[in-house]
Design a protein around this ligand. Structure first.
Ligand SMILES: [Zn+2]
Length: 186
């Protein structure tokens, strides 16, 4: 297995031969603490760079599936793995428009060996969770920008700024910028 700085747990599960707890302690967990301490000491990640958070997860999943690290693509390939019974008449996840049987059937059968149904489902729900988190972050960020623009350029009293923007102001991550924005509103 190719180790990485943030353990993508599903990668390890999909690639390890030994799924015991002891193997987990020896593998991903040990690696995690090791890489954390190396990073703290040297400022560089051992085992190569892998982005954190959602991007890291996408890369990890993409590696297991042998596809591009894009949410839609990964979802498409997880779908036939997450089903207890593979229906080969379904459209192939590669986008060719052919049935799985006439396209990537062989690849999908071999992926199913490595990524059992339960694991594929776990990966699906983690992807969904991450997408939802990203979406909320983006909304919060948009509200924040909106609040700053309103207070800077419209000079609206803060109490007339939309509730969403007000809550964004409270959640804001840039107090300096916010300070200016709110200061101008009178
Ligand atoms: Zn195909």
């Amino acid at each position: 297995m190719e180790p990485c700085c943030v353990v993508v747990w599903e990668n390890w599960l999909a690639e390890t031969k030994d799924r015991s707890f002891a193997a987990f302690l020896e593998g991903p967990l040990r690696e995690f603490f090791l890489s954390q301490s190396v990073f703290e000491a040297t400022g560089a990640w051992p085992f190569g760079e892998r982005p954190h958070g959602t991007a890291g997860m996408l890369e990890g999943y993409a590696e297991v599936l042998g596809v591009k690290p894009e949410v839609n693509i990964i979802h498409a390939w997880l779908a036939p793995l997450a089903k207890p019974i593979l229906n080969e008449r379904r459209v192939c996840p590669c986008g060719s428009g052919n049935s799985i049987k006439d396209c990537h059937g062989e690849e999908i059968w071999s992926l199913r060996q490595r990524v059992p149904t339960s694991l594929a489902r776990q990966m699906q729900s983690k992807l969904d969770e991450a997408s939802e988190k990203d979406r909320l972050n983006r909304l919060q960020f948009e509200d924040l920008v909106d609040a700053i623009l309103q207070s800077l350029y419209c000079r609206r009293p803060i109490n007339l700024i939309s509730a969403a923007s007000q809550s964004a102001l409270k959640l804001g991550s840039s107090p300096m910028l916010l300070g200016r924005g709110v200061g101008l509103a009178s």
